[in-house]
Ligand binder design. Structure first.
Ligand code: BDP
Length: 695
């Protein structure tokens, strides 16, 4: 196996399980017809026949016990007669129920829409694939979040910004005439986890995507994705009116500019009638935006929102902004910029906020905007691709990292005001809800660059469907479907996954440190870097280590970023004795001899954490070695090789970081901590022309 099949492998079940399940899958009755229903039916046939080793015959009406019946009340009087409680399941929910129909035991999959049926079909297959019993099913589910989107940072030349899984899937040259079968497989995989939208292009946008020739290609992709319930979105380059429109300005209040975008939106919707809308990165890291014309982010977003509004489109406006001229702590800038704009956005604008205030660091406290914009829908942006987590070769399961953020309590409306409740809209009654994941997918045979990175794509979809799911449960589902349902495999594999994110945090940026990666490509350690043109690009800006101590003071005596959080949260973050140790140096600059919870001085603790991270990777390797009997040879070897790379690089991170911080602290290593094998200059001199993202 090469990993192409993802979690949809449908391998034959153990014969005892097959014998038990066969009477529950004797025939398939599809009540109605549509492209989406045909896909759902084909998936059930494929899944059941492969797993049961027996074809699932089609029938036009229920003729025997053990039928699977699929349909909507609107499309089938037979389903309507069952009087199932579908109303509260909305347009994308589904119900799976074991019940008698026409006197025959039947498994009914019902929904209000065809795409609900497709989700239901995938769900039933998951039950079977994970080894759950299917005799007495009664499952009713609806997604808690409306926009469940992948963001592809794919350039039109098919390179992928921060991509570690090959080139972009979108073959612009051969589109629209040649439709790579992979587009269908992509849509199928996404639909299986409930993803219902995809932004095809990089946030660092190219206006060419909005020209007629490209729109024809976009139309072809949209047609492939449509029956899978997936809509297409594009990034809008704010200066497009200049670049492809022949205008002299892109000022959002200029009537000619507004007319240009309106006409452009009309044109897009003529080509792709169910186009989802625009995602915009503006006035951030050199991208053009409304502030180039002294207008606000709301002015820019609202202009685009007005253009797509008549067609039912939306605008996702990113809050990832920080400016070179701005001397304010970078962690504070997005809040400072956006909080005052709360309530000034059109009703079809949603502001897309990264999980933390800096930039997808291995660990960040939740972004202070969550809970702070009750009148503006905020959607979550997670990064699935592992830009700051060792790229594809390091095993880091991100479900647990995302769960940590979603469970964080903003206290915006008192205790229990979790980020999950902001995102699913319950806290503020948002009219729009969403979660975006920066995709880790490319042309690599295994899609994600590594087998275990498939779990992050999977976990993203599952959390977008329900932000309160447990990351452990998700990991278990995934491991069962992707590798083996044998508990002797599942338990250790999931244990390894659940420990993996903390391990990376420990060997890269323990105790709340952040942004210590090497310049540009972010491959490997660079805590010593302090000479970049912008202060807030330098690791030294973030760790502030000197002979006395380390950490960024974001309390009142420092940048006071804590004040951007609700008072309860701010008080806890501001108090070095109350703040969780994992976030300590994010908010505090502390002397090296500060006593930690362990009783050790901060310096010793820091060095030990670095070592602990490396140690955990060693344990992961040992765990994986023990799983050889349960995994096919190719995937086993792939994972083992990557774990060996991770182990080597974890040690490199630890050694280089310890060498550097020791040069600053001037302290001896704690007992038992091995000295780095090379001196600091050796680590600093390393060059990586081959690192992905090297310019
Ligand atoms: C940073 C990436 C950069 C992205 C930026 C963004 O290094 O490539 O363009 O985020 O999210 O993490 O816009």
């Amino acid at each position: 196996e090469d990993g192409y099949d993802l979690w949809l492998r449908y391998r034959p079940l153990a014969s005892a399980v097959q014998t038990r399940l066969l009477p529950r899958a004797t025939e398939l009755v599809v009540a109605g017809d549509s492209p989406t229903m045909r896909i759902a039916a084909a998936e059930l046939e494929r899944g059941f026949s492969n797993m049961l080793g027996h074809p699932l015959p089609r029938a036009t009406a229920i003729g025997r016990d053990g039928a699977i019946l699929l349909g909507t009340p609107a499309g089938s009087p037979e389903i309507a007669r069952l009087g199932l409680p579908l109303a509260r399941l909305g347009p994308e929910g589904f119900l799976i129920r074991s019940m008698p129909v026409n006197g025959r035991t039947t498994t009914v999959i019902a929904a209000n829409s065809d795409v609900g049926l497709l989700y239901g079909a995938f769900r039933l297959l998951r039950e079977v694939e994970t080894g759950a019993p299917t005799e007495r099913l009664d499952i009713a589910e609806a997604p808690k979040v409306k926009l469940r989107l992948l963001n592809h940072w794919d350039n039109l030349d098919r390179t992928v910004e921060r991509g570690y899984a090959g080139f972009s899937l979108w073959d612009w040259h051969k589109l629209p005439d040649y439709l790579d079968p992979r587009y269908t497989d992509y849509a199928r995989a996404n639909a299986s986890i409930g993803i219902n939208g995809t932004v095809l292009t990089n946030v660092n946008a190219n206006a060419d995507i909005l020209t007629p020739a490209y729109l024809e290609k976009v139309k072809a992709l949209a047609a492939v994705f449509r029956p899978y319930g997936i809509r297409v979105y594009l990034t809008a380059r704010f200066s497009a009116p200049l670049e492809i429109g022949g205008l002299k300005t892109a000022d959002p209040l200029d009537p000619a500019v507004r007319a240009w975008w309106k006409a452009k939106a009309d044109e897009i919707y003529r080509v792709v009638p169910d186009f989802g809308g625009f995602l915009v990165k503006a006035n951030s890291e050199g991208q053009p935006g409304p502030q180039d014309y002294k207008r606000s982010h709301a002015d820019g977003a609202n202009m685009l929102a007005d253009a797509v509004k008549p067609h039912g489109g939306i605008v996702m406006w990113r809050a990832f902004v920080y400016a070179a001229e701005n001397v304010e702590d970078r962690a504070k800038q997005a809040y400072s910029e956006f909080k005052p704009l709360d309530g000034t956005f059109r009703d079809n604008v949603v502001v897309q906020v990264k999980n933390g205030a800096i930039d997808f660091q291995p660990r960040e406290p939740f972004h202070p905007l969550f809970g702070a914009m009750p009148k503006t829908p905020l959607m979550m942006e997670f990064q699935i691709t592992k830009e700051y987590l060792g790229f594809a070769t390091h095993l880091a399961y991100l479900g647990s990292a995302w769960e940590e953020v979603l469970k964080a309590d903003t206290y915006a409306k008192g205790k229990g005001s979790t980020v999950a409740k902001v995102i699913d809209g319950r806290l503020h009654g948002y009219r729009m809800t969403g979660m975006a994941g920066v995709a880790n997918i490319g042309t690599d045979r295994n899609w994600s660059g590594s087998h275990f990175d498939q779990a992050n794509w999977y976990a993203f979809g599952r959390l977008a469907w329900d932000p309160e799911l447990s990351s452990r449960t998700i990991a278990e589902e995934w491991a069962r479907m992707t590798f083996s349902t044998d508990p002797k495999f599942v338990r250790p594999a999931v244990g390894m996954m659940m420990a993996s994110h903390q391990a990376v945090v420990d060997y890269m940026t323990p105790l709340g440190l952040h942004h210590l990666m090497a310049t540009g490509h972010h491959y490997g350690p660079g805590p010593w870097v302090g000479d970049l043109e912008r202060p807030d690009w330098n690791p030294t800006y973030y760790h502030r280590a000197d002979a006395n101590g380390i950490g960024f003071d974001r309390t009142k005596t420092g940048s006071d970023a804590v004040a951007q959080y609700a008072p309860e949260v701010a008080r806890s973050f501001a108090d070095p004795n109350r703040i969780p140790e994992k976030d300590l140096l994010w908010f505090h600059h502390l002397p090296w001899d500060t006593k930690m919870a362990s009783g050790r001085p901060l310096w010793d603790e820091l060095v030990l954490r670095y070592g602990r991270g490396v140690g955990t990777v060693g344990e992961m390797r040992a765990t994986w070695d023990g799983l050889r009997p349960y995994v096919d040879a190719r995937r086993f070897d792939d994972v083992a090789s990557f774990l060996a790379i991770q182990h080597k690089e974890a040690a490199w991170w630890r050694d280089a970081s310890v060498a550097y911080f020791q040069s600053v602290s001037g302290r001896p290593l704690p007992e038992g901590a091995p000295p780095p094998p090379h001196d600091l200059e050796w680590y600093k001199a390393l060059q990586f022309k081959y690192a992905p993202g090297h310019h």
